[in-house]
Design a protein around this ligand. Structure first.
Ligand code: SIN
Ligand code: CO
Length: 371
């Protein structure tokens, strides 16, 4: 039985994950804010981060997109929201690690918001699961059920739903978490100056998977099949597409999907995070070994979440690329890539030690780990 977040994870997954919302009181008893509204505003000035100010004044909603040069948009009842903070702050990345009972590939990012009393982004629905962790201050949250919702757009760039009957109506205090599955409407209204940490997930829909398939097929130099019909016979009407023809067409697509190359490319595409790591002076495997032997550690780039899959035991899928390694090291790789840092003893456990050093030399030189 795994217990993190002051909660039995097995029970959480069975009862709530993707099924119904829940309030987890004192979920992170030891949690303290690692940022304040001023530092958050600083992040909102960075062009690499996606930020917004959503405000309401005299019943008029407005949305302003960052990066911000000043904060004149913060008028009335306003909320400042900054997306993707886990890539910029180690503490934010560590907070995301507390949720690693959900697989890396389902994780999207950490959004942090600051809101003044009375503020919120209005009743709305998200496409994805989210854990809302209350930092400083408090907020009243109401959550409704997914049926019978009416969408509205009070202003360009702000999607809301009409009011709903709550199934949860609670006040979140620091350290409390509200879990909301996709499609469940929710509305948070700030009671006292509040920081909210949204641990957000993602799940591709068929459109996105179709795009992945198209992207994969376009890169295939060989093996692309086309429809053929050497057994064509005379049919009743030239307008008719036979059931058999339709099946054959769909079968061509099935064949493209049931292909190992597609599996590998799909994993690669799922690992894409749009990270643009800083590249340091290249090191060689020998230097890396010496550094680790002298007590240094390898530190993972904040927010970087690589993927592994047993069918490809020599592949590390990271930020849209594949790094090859010895399949003997697969079980150890599963462990090492999930750690925030790696030391000499961790590496010494490798069945193929030479290979593990070479792999991490590549990863360091690509900027995904740092000495
Ligand atoms: C917020 O932090 O104010 C909004 C979070 C959400 O409702 O998804
Ligand atoms: Co939401």
């Amino acid at each position: 039985m795994t217990t993190v977040l002051n909660l039995d994870i097995t029970v959480f997954l069975q009862t709530y994950w993707q099924k119904k919302p829940c309030v987890i009181r004192n979920a992170l008893p030891d949690f303290t804010d690692f940022i304040d509204e001023h530092e958050l505003a600083g992040l909102a000035m960075e062009p690499e981060l996606d930020s917004r100010v959503i405000s309401k004044q005299a019943e008029q909603w407005s949305v302003q997109q960052g990066p911000f040069e000043d904060f004149s948009a913060c008028q009335g009842q306003w909320t400042l929201l900054v997306q993707g903070v886990d890539r910029f702050l180690v503490e934010a990345s560590e907070l995301m690690d507390r949720f690693n009972f959900i697989p890396n590939w389902r994780v999207d990012d950490l959004m942090i918001s600051f809101a003044v009393p009375g503020a919120g982004v209005g009743p709305h629905v998200d496409q994805y699961d989210v854990f809302l962790l209350q930092g400083k201050g408090s907020r009243r949250w109401r959550v409704g059920s997914p049926e019978g919702l009416t969408n509205k757009q009070p202003v360009q760039g702000l999607c809301q739903v009409d009011n709903f009957t709550p199934v949860i109506d609670c006040e979140l205090q620091p350290g409390d978490i509200l879990y909301i599955p996709p499609g469940w409407p929710h509305d948070g209204v700030t009671l006292s100056d509040s920081l909210t940490y949204s641990i957000g997930f993602r799940a591709p829909d068929q459109v996105q998977l179709g795009n992945y398939l198209a992207e994969h097929l376009q890169t295939q130099l060989t093996g692309i099949k086309r429809y053929t019909d050497p057994d064509l016979t005379l049919s009743g009407s030239p307008a008719e597409v036979s059931a058999n023809e339709l099946d054959t067409l769909k079968n061509l697509l099935h064949q493209a999907i049931d292909n190992n190359n597609f599996s590998q490319n799909l994993l690669t595409m799922l690992s894409e995070q749009g990270i643009d790591p800083d590249i340091n002076e290249p090191v060689d495997s020998q230097t890396l070994q010496e550094h680790l032997a002298s007590g240094a550690k390898l530190i993972k780039l904040p927010g970087c979440r690589p993927l592994l899959n047993q069918q490809f035991p020599d592949c590390l899928f990271i930020n849209g690329e594949v790094i090859n390694f010895s399949p003997e090291n697969y079980p150890l790789m599963c462990q090492l890539v999930s750690q925030a840092d790696i030391n000499r003893t961790d590496m010494a456990a490798a069945p193929d030690e030479l290979d593990i050093f070479c792999t991490f030399t590549t990863l360091v030189n690509k900027g995904y780990w740092e000495l």
